[in-house]
Design a protein around this ligand. Structure first.
Ligand SMILES: CC(C)(COP(=O)(O)OP(=O)(O)OC[C@H]1O[C@@H](n2cnc3c(N)ncnc32)[C@H](O)[C@@H]1OP(=O)(O)O)[C@@H](O)C(=O)NCCC(=O)NCCS
Length: 175
């Protein structure tokens, strides 16, 4: 167990192996999507790491979809650090980073909506985010029985929106 509180910092390319190791136990059950070490290394600028006693004990990533829309993904905390608020702190830091980068809306697909709701996210229709569906869900083994919930938070001062179906940006080509 760690004796020092964890700190959250930008990831370095050298964190890639540790990040993959944190995610890996949750990949087979479809709790997080698989990320290869090369992929994480290349995208290390989009990751934050929680570090305690010199080791990575948590991670989270941003994915920029353009148009001011950013996804929070690859959220993980090592089991021996769970329940201490680190997951929430990582999400908060990811939201702050997304805001700094100009995002107006952040979203996540998650099995832990309460964690996000406590931080100000709202439950929304998953079809609000067709880019995510095309990029990840189309190859996900759980796509026909997806149990994830979409949550989103509006960060922009002038783009307040309500999560109702009529706001959907659904691709008309999808059923
Ligand atoms: C989900 C996950 C990231 C949460 O990390 P965490 O550090 O335990 O998160 P937190 O401590 O902020 O919150 C977890 C729970 O502990 C509770 N908690 C928060 N702070 C606490 C504290 N100081 N003391 C005790 N419990 C606390 C919260 O109520 C929360 O309960 P919930 O189950 O209703 O969400 C972690 O469990 C994990 O890596 N799971 C596997 C991968 C995964 O599910 N990723 C998310 C995909 S979206």
């Amino acid at each position: 167990m760690s004796s020092c509180p964890a700190r959250i910092r930008p990831a370095q390319a050298t964190d890639a192996a540790a990040i993959v190791a944190l995610l890996q136990p949750y990949v087979p059950a479809g709790i997080v999507l698989p990320r290869s070490e090369d992929e994480v290394r290349a995208a290390s600028g989009d990751f934050l790491v929680a570090e305690a006693d010199g080791r990575a004990v948590g991670a989270v990533a941003l994915r920029d979809y353009g148009g001011y829309l950013v996804e929070i993904r690859s959220l993980v905390v090592h089991p021996d650090q769970a329940g201490k608020g680190l997951g929430s702190a990582l999400v908060t830091a990811a939201v702050d980073l997304a805001r700094e980068r100009g995002a107006r809306r952040v979203f996540a697909l998650t099995l832990r909506p309460q964690l996000f709701e406590r931080l100000g996210f709202l439950l929304v229709e998953r079809d609000l985010f067709p880019q995510k569906v095309w990029n990840d869900c189309s190859t996900c083994p759980k796509r026909e029985r997806c149990d994830e919930v979409a949550v989103a938070m509006d960060l922009g001062p002038s783009t307040r929106w309500r999560p109702r179906p009529s706001d959907s940006e659904r691709d008309p080509g999808r059923g």
